[in-house]
Design a protein around this ligand. Structure first.
Ligand code: NAD
Ligand code: UDP
Length: 316
């Protein structure tokens, strides 16, 4: 797996090991953390490889399945090094596709709802082709992931590579970094530390939040589908919320006295995001069951413990 030391990838490592798999976790630790996989180091079926997917994979690795998750996912993180973000998605995909093709392994791409850009239809079905500005500051992520999808399908058509594409919508849960910059981590950490809770824009934009265990389950089910089930398949929770509602829930659940303050909306921030999960239900027999409050309760407990562990973190 690539990106296995990250937020989603580390949960996926856990789940695959529980199922008896041997897992090679390949990561460059740019946004991932040793802490996320510390408990796995030394386990007999787990190995860690420090590597950047932009570089060719020259050492021999035997694999049956590749989950390609390597890529920073938080907007401030991917925009901090935009050229490397594009390279990670595009050259990284190419390197992994070559490995998969050589070994006749299945390869799953962690694509994203961001391929839909600022959508003109909602909910978004997989057939929607998106509304992305290739010149904007989010393009390194959106267009990088779009190009990766294109490379995956060309590899399937030209070389018969066994591909799967998951379009993941906003996923949250334990192991997000305190300073990750995404809305869930920012608002919870601010609420718990009593600092102002930052809502960007007027807070009327929407997102649909899926608890990490459920995203991981869907990825494993997609990998297990027969050859030819290539996707793309939307993976997300269709429970759509405004960011104002989300902030209010976090504030109430943490018992915080923080004020909600408004900050400028980032350029090209999508207005709406909600998955049509008909394909996931049909192909994977999967539907998310963890409600937002239940998932947030677990995530808030995790951040409470993180703040005790790292008390110096006051503001994000
Ligand atoms: P994350 O930033 O926590 O994890 C990404 C991991 O990839 C990190 O461990 C990082 O060190 C590693 N990485 C980044 N660039 C790399 C490179 N060039 N070479 C090797 N490793 C590299 O993000 P996440 O939330 O865990 O997301 C994982 C994947 O899922 C990403 O591909 C992301 O685009 C996709 N995704 C996530 C979400 C979400 O809401 N979490 C939504 C849509 C798609
Ligand atoms: N957002 C916010 N406050 C924050 C961080 C993000 O209001 O502190 C907004 C952001 O502008 C977007 C939404 O919350 O509209 C989700 O942002 P996130 O970065 O989590 O993910 P995105 O879906 O934009 O990739």
């Amino acid at each position: 797996m690539t990106g296995g030391a990250g937020f989603v990838g580390s949960h996926l490592c856990d789940r695959l090991l529980e199922r008896g798999a041997h897992v090679v976790c390949l990561d460059n630790f740019s946004t991932g953390r040793r802490q996320n996989i510390e408990h796995l180091i030394g386990k007999p079926r787990f190995s860690l490889l420090l590597h950047d997917v932009v570089e060719p994979i020259s050492i021999p690795i035997d694999v049956d399945e590749i989950y390609n998750l390597a890529c920073p996912a938080s907007p401030p993180a991917y925009a901090a090094e935009p050229i490397h973000t594009t390279m990670t998605s595009v050259v990284g995909a190419l390197n992994l596709l070559e490995l998969a093709t050589e070994q006749n392994a299945k390869i799953l791409q962690a694509s994203t709802s961001e391929v839909y850009g600022d959508p003109e239809v909602s909910p978004q079905p997989e057939s929607y082709r998106g509304h992305v500005d290739p010149t904007g500051p989010r393009a390194c992520y959106d267009e990088g992931k779009r190009c990766a999808e294109s490379l995956f399908f060309d590899h399937e058509r030209v070389l018969g590579t066994r591909i799967k594409i998951a379009r993941i919508f906003n996923t949250y849960g334990p192991r997000m970094s305190i300073d990750d910059g995404r809305v869930t981590s920012n608002l919870i950490v601010q609420a718990l530390s009593g600092t102002d809770m930052t809502v960007y824009g007027d807070g009327s934009q929407t997102r649909s939040f899926c608890y990490v265990d459920e995203t991981v389950e869907a990825l494993i089910r997609l990998m297990a589908t027969p050859d030819g089930v290539d996707g793309p398949v939307n993976i997300g929770n269709p429970d759509e919320r405004t960011i104002n509602d989300f902030a209010a829930i976090v504030r109430r659940m943490t018992g915080s006295q923080s004020q909600v303050i408004y900050r400028p909306l980032p350029v090209h921030d999508p207005r709406r995001r909600c998955p049509d999960i008909g394909e996931a239900v049909r192909l994977l027999d999967w539907i998310p069951n963890v409600g937002l409050e239940e998932g947030l309760a677990r995530t808030i407990s995790y951040f409470r413990a993180e703040l005790v562990r790292m008390p110096a973190v006051q503001e994000v």
